[in-house]
Design a protein around this ligand. Structure first.
Ligand SMILES: O=C1O[C@H](COP(=O)(O)O)[C@@H](O)[C@H](O)[C@H]1O
Length: 255
């Protein structure tokens, strides 16, 4: 597995460069395999990146009927809630893609629906969905998830990725692809997240972070601090782990 760090001048250029990188990666992948599985992230740069994908002329070169979209985590809120990562991703990218992206290729985590459905229930449903698309070659005992081609992760100022928060439940969840998490330090308190087992099944993990408030967490993760302190330190793909930063998150101080 290779790990690289790429630094861009600011958050806008980071989002545009990440979008261009993702679109070119999809084009490369589509010349060798189908379907391609991509995991989306929420968060500031994550959604900015999706908007940049929608705005790029390169988006027309991708065969979206061969792309499946998943989420790394979700805020457990009612359907259409503006704070759901899914809602924000739909507005930024999925709606602009329109019919080019078949709805059956879109795999959101189940919403709070006003019944007794819990984040745990939503996670169980997601595990079932993940298992449906798992590689036939998944070894016995490994979690049944697709070998995601690109898994995008935002990084919180506290070093959280997906909804894996420092010192919080979910960090130790193993043997399953997704879990419900409760009492999260960042609102909303109830969420659903992929586990490290699912993240580690990805071929490529791309961590995107912008802003000086992320610099300490990024530095800690790159230094290899324990995941209990900095969950981002534990995010890695089987083939490649790519850190995509703006200068402020990289701790670059202007002279
Ligand atoms: O709550 C979340 O936050 C993180 C990071 O968000 P940011 O706004 O600080 O960039 C995000 O990666 C995650 O998907 C989301 O649910």
């Amino acid at each position: 597995m290779t790990r690289s760090v790429v630094v861009h001048p600011d958050a806008d250029l980071l989002a545009q460069a990440t979008a261009a990188r993702l679109l070119l990666r999809l084009l490369d992948l589509q010349s060798v395999r189908r379907p391609v599985h991509v995991v989306l992230t929420g968060g500031t740069v994550g959604i900015k990146t999706l908007a940049a994908v929608a705005d790029s002329p390169l988006r027309a070169a991708v065969d979206w009927s061969g792309v499946h979209l998943w989420w790394g985590d979700e805020r457990f809120l009612p359907e259409g809630h503006p704070d759901r990562n899914e809602t924000q991703a739909r507005q930024a990218l999925l709606d602009p893609l329109g019919d080019a992206l078949p709805q059956e290729n879109v795999h959101p985590m189940a919403c709070a629906d006003g019944t007794t459905l819990t984040p745990d229930d939503s996670a169980v449903r997601y595990c079932d969905e993940l298992a449906t698309f798992a590689d036939p070659g998944t070894p016995p005992g490994a979690v049944a998830v697709p070998a995601f081609d690109v898994l995008l992760l935002g990084v919180g100022p506290d070093g959280h990725v997906a909804s894996l928060f420092p010192g919080h439940e979910g960090l130790e969840a193993g043997g399953t692809g997704a879990v419900g998490v409760y009492r999260c330090p960042k609102p909303p308190p109830e969420r659903v997240t992929l586990t490290y087992d699912a993240i580690h099944a990805a071929r490529e993990v791309w961590l995107v972070a912008a802003g000086a408030e992320k610099a300490a967490a990024v530095g800690s993760a790159l230094a290899g601090d324990p995941v209990e302190k900095t969950p981002a330190a534990g995010a890695a793909g089987t083939e490649r782990t790519l850190w995509l930063l703006d200068a402020a998150a990289a701790g670059v101080v202007e002279a």
